[in-house]
Design a protein around this ligand. Structure first.
Ligand code: GAP
Length: 458
């Protein structure tokens, strides 16, 4: 992109248009069913997108399970007994207030149109008459089995959390977990969202990374504060711009039906400050309700003191797909560079932490001929066991670097004529564009060290 092509306000900045366009161009995210005109609320993750999504999930999973002796994992089914959603309060309370325009048939969330339009029952688009506000349940409902009748109603889960609550006793028993302990899960969730704009920010099908921490009543506030601290530190470790993050405490009108207290971590997306993750004190609401609706005793028995109680739950709930959007926006940069041999002087670069970059290292032969391509292929083969790699031999080297920059690849290894003479290669760093000469045999160790010690500078 040349400087002239960028309008003044968006120059150098991540905008939703630029992110959406780059995501499609480079195979991060495609519109679902595009050849049929697209399916709103659903998106497909392409070759770079699925790598990025898997890597974010892996980073979160390591952070929340491997690095905590007291947290174990779970993968519960999406389809659950319909009584689960009565107990959880979702059948009754998981609703948005909606109004319809009788004339143009548009549907709006009542809390998202100007209050004067709502009061006058006047459509903000066409001026037509609006219906009364009614509650619209966000859960997708279908029928299981051959017969479509009330008794066969089943829901697509709107949050992964309930799969954890209904398995809490199984996990205490099978894994001898002692309070306080946590259960972590990553999985799909579905919500019939009426407003699905801003790319993958709010979608009908999405993924969550949730952790439910079971604590003794009375210690919940302390643990709630502890998990707020830990989740903040998580984003610091991920190398996110910390001045783009802030806390937002839910006021009484915003609190979900289950929450005693709730804070969102908000991120400064191109369209403004928006929720990224929630940390919730869910009190004993969920387990008490499941106890009541299932008739099963879900009390925890402390083996040492013989105390019995329904644990309180502190929840950390992050959107995986929303995190992916955040990381694309956060990593996006346009930089003035003075590289010779390129047809522009602006490079687009995604400054992902190397631990989550879709490709960790790209191997590039300077020329295809004279055995350089073969040597580069061999090096890629060596690196494959330890890193996500790419290989590119087409076009000028400067252009190839730019392609890798735009995909967020933190390291490039270039094989040139000197490589054939003395088994050294060039290691190029994405962020600084610095190049060093290094022995081929030292590559793996050096890359490991660079990933471990990575600190974002820009
Ligand atoms: N279990 C609690 C729960 O689901 P939530 O605040 O409704 O809480 C948690 O959702 C996170 O899930 C949000 O912070 C957001 O990152 C993500 N999320 C929620 N709805 C979403 C949607 N329609 N599309 C994408 N991500 C969504």
């Amino acid at each position: 992109m040349s400087d002239n092509n960028m309008n003044e306000t968006s120059a150098g900045k991540a905008t939703m248009e630029k992110i959406t366009s780059l995501a499609k161009r480079r195979g991060f995210v495609f519109q679902s069913s595009e050849i049929y005109g697209g399916q709103s609320g659903a998106w497909d993750y392409g070759p770079l997108g699925i790598e990025l999504k898997n890597r974010i999930a892996g980073f979160w999973w390591k952070e929340m399970t491997q690095l905590h002796d007291d947290i174990v994992g779970l993968d519960a089914a999406i389809l659950m007994h319909p009584r689960v959603w009565e107990a959880s309060g979702h059948v009754e309370n998981f609703t948005d207030p909606l109004v319809d325009c009788k004339k143009c048939k548009s549907r709006f969330r009542a809390d998202q149109i100007p209050p004067e339009n709502l009061a006058a029952k006047k459509c903000p688009d066409c001026g037509g008459e609006l219906t009364d506000t009614r509650k619209f349940n966000l859960m997708f409902q279908t029928h299981i089995g051959a017969v479509e009748e009330e008794a066969n109603v089943i829901y697509l889960r709107p949050e992964t959390a309930q799969g954890i609550y209904v398995n809490y006793k199984n996990i205490v028993q099978s894994n001898r977990m002692k309070i306080p302990f946590g259960i972590a899960q990553i999985g799909k969730a579905f919500r019939n969202e009426i407003v699905t704009k801003n790319f993958i920010f709010r979608t009908c099908e999405f993924e969550q990374m949730e952790m439910q921490y079971f604590v003794k009543p009375g210690t919940d506030v302390e643990w709630f504060n502890e998990w707020k601290k830990r989740r903040w530190a998580y984003y610091e470790k991920l190398g996110v711009k910390m001045d783009h993050l802030r806390w937002h405490q839910h006021g009484p009108d915003e609190l979900a039906h289950y929450a005693k207290d709730a804070y969102d971590i908000e991120y400064l997306f191109p369209m403004g400050w928006k929720e990224l993750e929630g940390v919730h004190n869910r009190s004993d609401y969920d387990l008490s309700r499941h106890s009541q609706f299932s008739g099963k005793d879900l009390q925890y028995i402390d083996q040492e003191t013989n105390e019995r109680y329904i644990p309180f739950i502190v929840e950390t709930s992050a959107g995986l797909t929303r995190n992916l959007l955040m990381l694309l926006c956060d990593a996006y940069d346009e930089e003035q560079v003075a590289d010779k041999g390129n047809d522009d002087d602006i490079r687009t670069v995604l400054r992902f932490h190397p631990a989550i970059a879709p490709v960790t290292v790209a191997v590039l032969p300077l020329m295809k001929k004279d055995g350089l391509a073969e040597m580069a292929s061999d090096i890629r083969k060596e690196l494959k066991e330890d890193f996500a790699t790419d290989y590119d031999q087409s076009g000028a080297i400067g252009r190839r670097y730019r392609r890798q920059d735009e995909a967020g690849t933190p390291f490039c290894v270039t094989v040139d004529y000197e490589s054939k003479e003395n088994n050294t290669v060039t290691l190029r760093f994405r962020d600084s564009m610095e190049q060093i000469r290094i022995n081929r045999a030292e590559l793996t160790e050096r890359l490991r060290k660079e990933i471990r010690e990575y600190k974002r500078v820009k």
